[in-house]
Design a protein around this ligand. Structure first.
Ligand SMILES: *Cc1c(COP(=O)(O)O)cnc(C)c1O
Length: 230
C-alpha cells in the first residue's frame, strides 16, 4: 500500500462518517510521521497531505528542517518546559498544553507580536498513563491562561485509550466535544476554542462522527517503520 492509497481510503471513510453524523467535512488530517523516515514523509506530501505531526524533540527538529516550508507543523507530544523554546518558533501548533508552567514558558519565549496556537490536552479517560488536565479543571485552567498574552487556545485535544472495538471510545470523544462547546460559549478572547484534536488510526471514524476537526493518524496512513504497528 502506498501512502496515496491509504490517504484515499481514509478520506473515503471520513466522508462516510461525516454523512452518517450529518456534519460538515471540515477535517484536517495530520500525518503523524514519528515512526517514519524523511522519504516516507516526502511521499505523504506528494500524496497531498499538508499537515505533519511529531511527538519528540529530535524528530520534530529534523522534520522541521526538511519540511517547514512545505507543510503545517504540529507538535503533538508532551513538551518539557525547558525544551519548549526549540519548538515555539518552528511549529505552527502545539497540541499538548497541560500546565501553567508550560504556558508561562511559551509566553516568555514567544517572539514579539506572535501568538502560539495551542490545544489544551485533556485526560478525559482518566488513565494514569495519559497526560492532560482533568475535565473538571478545564474551565478554570483555560480561564487562567489569559495572563499569558502570547498563548491562544484554539481547541482541545485528547487521546482515547486503545480499544479493540473503537466504538467504545465514543463517550470520550463526546465528552471532549461537550467540554469544547462549553468553553467556546464563554467567549474568552484568548480562547476561541473552536477545534477538536482527537482520533488516531484505530478510532478516527468515531472521532469524526463526534466532531473532530483535526485527526492525528500515524500507522494507518504512513505506516510504522519500527515494525510495531498495530
Ligand atoms: C503516535 C501518536 C498518534 C498516531 O498514532 P497512530 O495510532 O499510529 O495513528 C496520534 N497522536 C499522538 C499524540 C501520538 O503520539
Amino acid at each position: 500500500m502506498t501512502v496515496a492509497d491509504n490517504y484515499n481510503r481514509i478520506q473515503k471513510a471520513i466522508k462516510q462518517a461525516c454523512e452518517l453524523a450529518g456534519r460538515d467535512s471540515n477535517i484536517n488530517i495530520i500525518a503523524v510521521t514519528k515512526y517514519v523516515s524523511l522519504q516516507k514523509t516526502e511521499e505523504a506530501l506528494r500524496a497531498g497531505i499538508t499537515h505533519l505531526g511529531e511527538n519528540r524533540m529530535e524528530g520534530a527538529l529534523e522534520k522541521w528542517e526538511h519540511f517547514h516550508d512545505k507543510a503545517t507543523l504540529h507538535f503533538i507530544g508532551s513538551l518539557q518546559s525547558k525544551k519548549a523554546k526549540h519548538i515555539i518558533e518552528k511549529y505552527d501548533y502545539i497540541h499538548s498544553l497541560d500546565r501553567l508552567s508550560l504556558a508561562k514558558e511559551l509566553d516568555k519565549r514567544c517572539p514579539e507580536g506572535r501568538k502560539i496556537r495551542c490545544f489544551v490536552q485533556v485526560n478525559v479517560s482518566g488513565e494514569d498513563s495519559k497526560s492532560g488536565i482533568q475535565p473538571d479543571e478545564a474551565v478554570d485552567f483555560i480561564e487562567s491562561l489569559k495572563e499569558f498574552a502570547a498563548v491562544e487556545v484554539v481547541g482541545l485535544m485528547t487521546m482515547a485509550p486503545y480499544e479493540k472495538n473503537p466504538e467504545d471510545t465514543r463517550p470520550i470523544f463526546r465528552r471532549l466535544r461537550e467540554l469544547r462547546d462549553r468553553i467556546r460559549s464563554l467567549n474568552y478572547p484568548h480562547a476561541p476554542c473552536g477545534e477538536l484534536s482527537m482520533g488516531m488510526s484505530n478510532d478516527y471514524t468515531v472521532a469524526v462522527e463526534e466532531g473532530a476537526t483535526y485527526i492525528r493518524i500515524g500507522s494507518l496512513l504512513v505506516g510504522n517503520e519500527q515494525g510495531n504497528a498495530k
